[in-house]
Design a binder for this molecule. Structure first.
Ligand code: PLP
Length: 561
């Protein structure tokens, strides 16, 4: 009898253990199903592979013929490249000279300079089309370099520039005048902060506000608060989404250590919702609404433009529907839904992405343009999530400080921005915003199609990306033709064009003319020569083969780092 009950207990324990491991296995499987099939969806593998990727580059011949184009085409490319190089070295002489000098001691310049084009082409590009990273002034929708060249600004200052540079100059000046008497006193607040808080509460529809110095810090704080209040460890981000450079939100390449408490899931997917419904350790879900333009893809930099597979398409209704479902699941599971509006914040609508998509978040981060031209990060949230201590547990706190938080000059410039947002002038600017920018994108696409140029743009309001319609290895060259036509791009190149909302139809027409002229010049110089045998797949295969050969047989490729 005794034996019987003991063995029953054993059986019972065994069955429970099997059930637990089946459940764990099921959860593991669900997690792996919810990962995007790309490398960006597999941070750990991506980091490991990055360590294996060998450096190699093309010699002068291969540089112009990496697609095995015929000699006549190669000659046109060579001539075009030499012409462009002479133009750059003449027109941007002083700006290039100063950039080269500064680059020796500014690591950021060295980095951005190295990642403008696929690394195989880097050496010759650097030598002949050097970077020109200085500007002297801005006015209207243009910026002027040290040589006096005036270019239309398509960089948008990483998204900060929504109202036009002249507005921000004014905001900094007027704001500075309002707090001059106090100066840079930190700790106590300048009263200007009171109106900021009131306006931010109204705009976000949330109860409390905290001020930080950058978007990265605002995201760090939002996630920390979510972990503190839910007592859960993991954050969920979606594949490809950028949330600043803090380790937990950047689990893949670029971060030297793995992020163990981050799940990177497929955006707009049922599998991701299943993980949210079944895991108990998820504190928050971070959403960067910019991903609506290219779900699951990383920021489209020209340094990864090896072929023509870059794609983008914005479907507002579908994305809004996805956000609604995400909202429902987060509510059901007590998971904190964080909208990271640092980029898109007041670019899409006066009320930000919450208003634009019609979905409310629990915490919202803002940054960039909200600082009125000065550095900023803001978290807005519900009372119960913003609290950083517990009345009944004095040592249980959620710590967050920052020397420069609530700097009087930043608060005053922010106030200028927030007040501007309330004006009828701003109402007019935001009215029909999408229609205006969609029409502009469509009209440019029609012109590009009429000219049989293998380029088209995709847009999410004033945020654009350039896509390429025919397989090619040289799409990254377009950025240099665009700059030669007086269009200023950021170091990311054609992946991200950001327009300020003060672009008039006439300004845009000038940009469109220059864009078409640049693409035509590139076409004429033979870079888009194509052959039916070349597909995106064959390009990828060629590059992969090159990498493997270098890894195996070149001394540089085998070297351990
Ligand atoms: C969505 C989003 N979150 C966070 C950040 C980080 O902001 P910051 O560069 O101010 O640290 C960025 C920056 O581009 C961003 O786009």
């Amino acid at each position: 009898m005794k034996w019987g009950s003991t063995s029953l207990a054993f059986y019972g324990l065994g069955a429970a253990a099997v059930a637990t491991s089946v459940a764990t296995l099921k959860k593991r499987l669900e997690l792996s199903q919810a990962k995007h099939r790309s490398l960006a969806g597999h941070s750990r593998i991506a980091r490991r592979l990055a360590g294996f990727l060998p450096f190699y580059d093309y010699d002068d011949d291969r540089f112009f013929a990496s697609d095995d184009a015929p000699e006549e085409v190669v000659t046109r490319r060579r001539d075009g490249f030499a012409r462009l190089s002479a133009l750059y070295k003449g027109r941007f002489a002083e700006t290039i000279r100063r950039t080269a000098e500064a680059s020796e001691a500014i690591s950021d310049l060295q980095f951005t300079d190295a990642y403008r084009v696929p690394f195989q082409y880097r050496r010759l590009v650097r030598a002949h089309l050097p970077s020109a990273a200085f500007v002297q002034s801005s006015s209207g929708v243009t910026i002027t370099d040290l040589d006096g060249n005036c270019s239309y600004d398509l960089t948008g200052s990483y998204g900060v520039n929504v109202f036009g540079y002249d507005f921000y100059k004014g905001a900094i000046e007027r704001g500075g005048a309002r707090v001059r008497e106090l100066g840079p006193v930190l700790g106590p607040y300048h009263p200007v902060i009171i109106e900021n808080v009131k306006l931010l509460k109204e705009l976000s529809g949330l109860d409390e506000v905290s001020f930080h110095m950058s978007g990265t810090e605002a995201v760090m704080q939002a996630v920390r608060l979510a972990r503190y209040h839910t007592k859960r460890s993991h954050l969920v981000r979606f594949c490809g989404a950028y949330h600043g450079w803090w380790g937990d939100v950047q689990p893949g390449v670029g971060n030297p250590v793995p992020a163990h408490e981050t799940y990177t899931l497929t955006d707009m997917s049922e599998d991701a919702l299943r993980v949210l419904r079944t895991r108990r350790n998820i504190a928050c879900v971070l959403v960067n609404p910019l991903q609506a333009l290219h779900p699951n893809a990383s920021a489209p930099s020209d340094s990864s433009l090896l072929d023509s597979t870059r794609s983008a398409h914005f479907d507002k209704v579908r994305y809004a529907e996805w956000l609604k479902r995400l909202r429902e699941v987060c509510t059901e599971r007590d998971i904190v839904l964080i909208f990271d509006e640092v980029f898109v914040g007041f670019r899409l609508a006066q009320g930000g992405a919450q208003d634009y998509f019609g979905v409310r978040a629990d915490l919202v981060t803002y940054g960039k343009t909200l600082g009125g031209g000065l550095p900023i990060g803001v978290v807005c949230g519900k009372n119960e999530l913003m609290k950083r201590f517990r009345e009944d547990r004095p040592a249980d706190i959620c710590f967050a400080r920052g020397t420069f938080n609530s700097h009087p000059y930043v608060m005053a410039a922010m106030n200028e921005f927030l007040r501007q947002l309330q004006t009828s002038e701003a109402d007019a600017l935001y009215r029909d915003l999408d229609r205006i920018w969609d029409e502009r994108a469509n009209s440019l696409n029609r012109r590009l199609a009429v000219e049989s140029l293998p380029v088209e743009v995709a847009n999410m309001s004033s945020i654009w990306t350039v896509c390429y319609t025919r397989p090619s290895r040289y799409n990254w060259m377009l950025q240099y033709y665009l700059r030669a036509e007086g269009l200023a791009l950021s170091w990311i190149g054609t992946g991200r064009l950001i327009f300020s909302l003060n672009y008039t139809d006439a300004d845009f027409a000038a940009v469109a003319d220059r864009f078409v002229a640049a693409a035509k010049a590139m076409q004429a110089d033979g870079w888009w020569w194509s052959n039916p045998a070349i597909t995106n797949k064959t390009i990828k295969r060629t590059v992969l083969k090159e990498m493997i050969m270098h890894r195996l047989f070149s001394p540089r490729g085998r070297r351990k780092h």
